[in-house]
Ligand binder design. Sequence first.
Ligand SMILES: [Zn+2]
Length: 497
Amino acid sequence: MSDTPAYDALVAHHQTQHDLEHLQALASWDRLTGMPAQAAAARARAQGALAVLLRQQQENANLKDYLLAANSEPLNDDARLNVALMQRALTLKEAVPPSLAGRFEVTRGAAAQAWGLAREDNNWTTFANAWRPLVSVVREQAERIGQHLGLSAMDALYEGVEPGLRQARLEPLIEQVTLWLPPLVARARQLQGAEPLVPTGPFATTEQQALCQDLLSRLGFDFGRGRLDACQHPFTGGVPEDVRLATRFVTTSLLPALMGVLHEAGHAGYQQHLPRHWLGQPLAGPHSASLHEAQALTFERQLASMPAFWKAMSPMLCERFGNQPAFDPINLWQLTHRVRPGLVRVQADALSYPLHIVLRHRIECALVNGDIEVEDVPVLWAEQVKQLLGLNPSETFIEGPLQDMHWVQGMFGYFPSYLLGAMAAAQLMQAVKRDTPDLEELVRSGNWHCVADWLRPRVWEQGARRDLDEALSYATGESLSDDALRRQLSAWGSFNG
Ligand SMILES: [Zn+2]
């Protein structure tokens, strides 16, 4: 008989959860990529039933007793860490009573519905009335988790997204960015020349798909354990054993599919190479939202910001779509690196993007802490658009506080992950360059898997072992800082000539 029966029961429980989630993830992928429209109602019902099963399996598991018993069993260091991660998840869950968790689901359902209508009518008041109860629930959740863990409200929310992140660590990083970034945006805009040429289509979807498959293989994606499909909004889904990646193909432009695949390839690579031996267990989980995003940005914003990358891309595009002046490597770089501050976050260039995050960060902190109420958001938003982006705010809320889904879904404290991910990606790439003397040559010849080869043992196969600072120290030798991102963005104008 095993001398770790409680731990064995915990492992079996998490494996079953993982297996059920596997099927749930495949059903979601299918819903977004290939499901016939008339199957929607039956699919929603089937996925709902699976969600209930998952919840019941979780609630019936006696996790608390097993965790208590496992603590006195003879476990090795990895197993102990696995138990600690299980305990952390349970503590976060227990801090929120079922009635409050239920109110969260109900209020965010109502907010999502009002959001859709308010976007059509450009009506803030309608939305605010439906959103207010959700904000109140989020405040209560943050307070309860905070009391449980001895944390402030915002730190309590970060704990669910970015374990270990504290506002005291985050705030100086954000303040630094707001100091050095706006002048760099202005300088890059001055330095950039005439509008680059836009490639002219049509670009057959089959050719684009073949190109994206080629890119993914070069980036280290394993097609034996994953696939690429078409969808409306690029995403990475599935499970590490079977990663489902999707991008958007439009025949009039190459860039949506191309840039979508570059981004998702980072998420997918991380997902495919989480520690194999621990799959199904919390230790094999990705550590945090920012570390995940950092992998995507290492490909999309770091590798693809090397002129050598576009030197490799240029002949690949000519071969598939015919030669045209827009496929000149310098033109391709300029086209994908145009700095044009705008009002919409998801359309922002790499330089102005962090400022969109700072804006949201300031507002969500004030809202969660009760310094402002929902009716104050549009005015504060407009002020921040002027102050941070130097733009006149839009007349329409769809280009203002109604543009993102995060707050509507009750996701507060998530936005900083995008900025931390950008910093981490720059830092990772700086280390890739340091450790790979022939990187330029490798990238120019299309051997991009060298980046995946560097990330795999240092980040991907480490799973949830370390928090963000420790993970970066392990991979690069230094904890997180904004230095590498500042250095990279400072050089933005130099390839514009
Ligand atoms: Zn992403």
